[in-house]
Design a protein around this ligand. Structure first.
Ligand code: AMP
Length: 225
């Protein structure tokens, strides 16, 4: 897999000095889509991958695929997911490493959707990217009030039949988010790469806000406006 740094850098210019440059890929862009469950990560990634030419890695989708195929990993994942708990870090990190190895070739970067969810996962991601001569360039933080999150997930549960979108599990997932995942907001703010996005409102408007902020902070351009 080949990675390189974006050409135009602002605040992160000083942080990414050790990464080698590869001239075969233009403006590599690695993003994390961050937010509570129900904040619209899946919806927004669909357009981001299209307009910025990115490869999409959703750890939730990877796990649901294992559950559907009834693999050994699927059986383990099912227990955690149905309880609204996180898959243990060691296991989740090795799954991510595997997916990253197999899938990111030839794209202009990766959008990580649902990973990292803990500080150790964030540290592991940094290291995985560093080993590949690249870095994380922006963390898109979708911020949505809690009542709206619950309503959205209940609706999604009715529409798609997603098993963990029931009120009991939703409450547990939100607790887990507050306790284990939300500290990453500060972590990435300190790193200078957190982009705060108001995730309430019209999907297109939210996308435009995200795309504008990515363009401004990374120098990468979307394909159409
Ligand atoms: P998602 O589709 O991202 O909402 O993920 C659904 C469920 O998969 C979560 O509630 C967790 O149980 C599990 N999961 C997904 N990504 C991770 C991760 N990075 N770390 C631990 N568990 C995860």
């Amino acid at each position: 897999m080949s990675f390189m740094q974006p050409q135009s850098q602002t605040s992160r210019q000083t942080k990414a000095t050790s990464a080698p440059r590869h001239s075969n890929i233009r403006n590599m862009l690695n993003l994390v889509l961050f937010g509570a469950p129900g904040s619209g990560k899946g919806t927004q990634s669909a357009r981001l991958i299209d307009e910025f030419g990115l490869h999409h890695i959703s750890t939730g989708e990877v796990l649901r695929d294992h559950i559907n195929r009834e693999t050994e990993l699927g059986k383990i994942a099912q227990k955690y997911i149905s309880e609204g708990q996180l898959i243990p870090d060691d296991l989740m990190i090795s799954i991510l490493e595997d997916v990253l190895e197999k899938n990111a070739e030839g794209k202009e970067g990766v959008i990580f959707d649902g990973f990292p969810r803990t500080i150790p996962q964030a540290e592991a991601l940094k290291e995985l990217l560093r080993k590949r001569g690249t870095d994380l360039h922006a963390v898109v933080g979708l911020e949505v009030p809690e009542e709206e999150l619950v309503e959205r997930m209940l609706n999604r549960g009715k529409e798609t039949g997603r098993a963990d979108d029931n009120l009991d599990t939703i409450k547990k997932r939100l607790d887990v988010y507050h306790n284990q995942t939300s500290p990453l907001r500060d972590y990435y703010t300190k790193d200078g790469i957190y982009l705060m996005i108001n995730g309430s409102g019209v999907v297109d408007d939210i996308f435009n806000d995200i795309a504008d902020k990515i363009e401004k902070t990374t120098g990468n351009k979307r394909k159409k406006k």
